[in-house]
Design a protein around this ligand. Structure first.
Ligand code: NI
Ligand code: MN
Length: 227
């Protein structure tokens, strides 16, 4: 069984046959994070949706400590390779069969600048990920507004979708409900809310508005779900 653990904000730990992975490991910068970077002892992959600090997070330290391979777009991969990390570069629309399962990068409407000192470096195009683990298809939307491209995801038959609901930078609850209508996943985990005052949102309001469209699983920070 694939296990998905919510670490707060947009950070998740995914574990299954042949894969131990983090998505957007924003841990030390998030006061309510479930884990510290040093808690991660063994890791195969780190998925990065875009270059913003609250997603790139502790990637440098964790990848150096664990020798994990970073999966990200070409620009973020080039940046992290220059820092000495091992990367597998992909881009939006591309799919690749890894030993654990296939991964596809999906479009996200957002930015992707990488902050380094007082400079912002080009982080390419932001993305989401479709990740196959033990025959289940997981979708992490990344940071995004509602997009028509999400309608294409219906054909992917997503088992579990991780969708932002916090508004301001990303979809708010009502747009996230429309995203569920487009994607038609079996299950949905809301994310990217409550970390900062501007992205405060009630996951129970999201759950009641989704209604019978999908099963909404509200994970406490640090809580795991087996799919
Ligand atoms: Ni962002
Ligand atoms: Mn963000």
């Amino acid at each position: 069984m694939a296990k998905v653990t919510y670490l707060g904000h947009a950070a998740f730990y995914i574990e299954g046959k042949g894969i131990k992975a983090l998505i957007d490991p924003f841990l030390s910068g998030n006061p309510s994070s479930a884990w510290k970077p040093s808690d991660v002892k063994e890791l195969d992959y780190i998925f990065i949706t875009h270059g913003h600090d609250d997603h790139l997070g502790d990637t440098l330290q964790i990848a150096k400590d664990t020798n994990a391979t970073v999966i990200a777009n070409a620009e973020i991969s080039a940046y992290l390779t220059s820092k000495g990390l091992k990367c597998h570069s992909m881009h939006v629309g591309g799919r690749y069969a890894f030993p654990f399962g296939r991964v596809k990068l999906t479009p996200a409407w957002h930015g992707s600048g990488i902050t380094e000192g007082d400079q912002t470096l080009c982080g390419g195009t932001p993305c989401g990920f479709l990740i196959e683990v033990e025959g289940k298809k997981l979708y992490h939307a990344g940071d995004t507004g509602l997009t028509m491209e999400m309608k294409l995801l219906e054909q992917e038959q997503v088992d579990l979708a991780m969708l932002p609901i916090g508004g301001n930078y990303v979809m708010d609850i009502d747009d996230a409900v429309r995203a569920v209508e487009f994607i038609k996943p079996k299950k949905v985990v809301p994310m990217h809310y409550d970390t900062f005052p501007v992205i405060k949102a009630d996951p129970h309001e999201f759950q009641s508005k989704v209604g019978s469209l999908a099963e909404v699983i509200i994970l406490e920070i640090g809580q795991s779900y087996e799919i």
